[in-house]
Design a protein. Structure first.
Length: 416
């Protein structure tokens, strides 16, 4: 009985050893599988985190018209006055604390010549306005034009109302000169893109070769430690390693760098600035048209003045012709009376007097026709002036609409 019990116990120990061996082999295979799959699982997560951080930074630009400053530590709060700050301000961007591990470099202009190196983390000065910062002197204005007219000509009520709308649009556009938004920041970004080689500009690369960037984000990689230039980054040399640097045992960081041109396209600077510039130029063209219209309107009033002067001259001509006819008639009567007491020579005088009467009648008829023509021309001039009023309304409204459209674009900035 005892030998049987010992034999059963020994058999159980063998089975246990076999089971342990099998579990050990399974554990080894599982461990190797985990190790082999661990890097592919982590790398996409790192890249996703960098992508989310990039989107948050660009969203901050749209909302605040500047790039965020770096944080001095992992508290997520930007520190614009700290030249050594190199962490992502995750709290400011509305991200989780997991993003506090990222390094973040940005062109912030601290201590640089800002005439050369733009400060991308400061709210910009106004540089874009709907009226192109042009003083629309004398626009719009259609005053009463008395001249020598019997009845002074002034703009109609419709023209006056259109002029008032244009004045209001001009005032609203002028008020935008002191308001800065994303469009103004885009001008700063363009200035940076035009002079990327200035000393002190944030770059990605190495001492031998580097490219300027607006901002850069770096993940420490699987070892959770920054390598290469990413160790100090903006806090030291203002240079980070170029994204895509080959990885090896000494370097496993992942990075995303955004250049000024790429950033301008991503946040809409290119399209919005082009649209804004076109609208502002259109408003200025409409302003020029309005100034030309003003001169045309005054010319039409001058035409009325000239027509009234012609009417006055024709009336004077009719009066003189009537006087000439009266004198010729009186002379003819005297000649006939004289012919009753004299002979042939006096008869010739009578004939001449009669001819003079005929000429006087003809001059009177011509003078009357000239007066009729002058009055007709005056009516045509008044009709043209009325048409000029309608044209003035159209031109003023075109200017108003163009300036209002440019103003709306300026107010919109980079917002959707």
């Amino acid at each position: 009985m005892k030998r049987s019990l010992h034999r059963e116990r020994g058999f159980s120990m063998v089975e246990l050893a076999v089971v342990m061996a099998i579990l050990g082999l399974i554990g080894i295979f599982v461990w190797r599988w985990v190790v082999s799959t661990r890097e592919p699982m982590q790398r996409p997560a790192m890249l996703q985190q960098l992508s989310e951080a990039q989107a948050a930074v660009e969203g901050f630009v749209l909302a605040n018209h500047r790039l965020p400053c770096a944080a001095a530590g992992t508290n997520g709060i930007e520190s614009c006055g700290d030249a050594t700050a190199v962490r992502l301000p995750w709290k400011l961007l509305g991200l989780s604390s997991d993003f506090g591990r990222l390094h973040y470099g940005v062109n912030r202009g601290a201590g640089w010549d800002l005439a050369v190196v733009p400060n991308l983390v400061a709210r910009p000065a106004d540089a874009v306005s709907p009226d192109l910062n042009i003083n629309f002197t004398g626009m719009p204005d259609l005053p009463t034009y008395p001249g020598t007219l019997e009845t002074p000509v002034s703009a109609s009520a419709a023209v006056t109302a259109a002029r008032d709308r244009a004045i209001a649009a001009k005032t609203a556009a002028s008020n935008r000169r002191t308001v800065a938004n994303g469009l103004d920041w885009c001008r700063v970004l363009r200035r940076f893109a035009a002079n990327p080689a200035a000393a002190g500009v944030l770059t990605a690369g190495n001492v031998a070769s580097s490219v300027p960037v607006a901002f850069i984000l770096v993940h420490p990689g699987e070892n959770a430690a920054f390598d290469g230039n990413n160790v100090v980054g903006a806090g030291g040399s203002w240079r980070f390693d170029l994204p895509g640097r080959p990885q090896d045992n000494a370097y496993d960081d992942l990075a995303v760098a955004v250049g000024p041109g790429d950033l301008a396209a991503r946040v809409g600077c290119v399209a919005r600035l082009s649209e804004m510039q076109a609208a502002a130029q259109g408003a200025y063209t409409a302003y020029d048209n309005a100034r030309v219209m003003q001169e045309y309107w005054k010319l039409r009033v001058f035409d009325i003045e000239s027509s009234e002067s012609a009417v006055q001259g024709a009336e004077t001509g009719v009066a003189l012709a009537a006087m000439g006819l009266a004198l010729a008639t009186t002379s003819a009567v005297l000649s006939v009376a004289s012919a009753a007491n004299t002979e042939g020579v006096t008869a010739f005088v009578v004939v001449m007097a009669a001819a003079n009467v005929g000429l006087a009648i003809a001059e009177t008829v011509l003078a009357a026709q000239e007066l009729t023509d002058a009055k007709s021309a005056l009516e045509v001039s008044k009709q043209k002036q009325a048409a000029a009023d309608s044209y003035a309304v159209q031109v003023y409204d075109t200017f108003t609409n163009a300036l209002r459209f440019a103003t709306r674009l300026d107010e919109k900035g980079l917002n959707p």
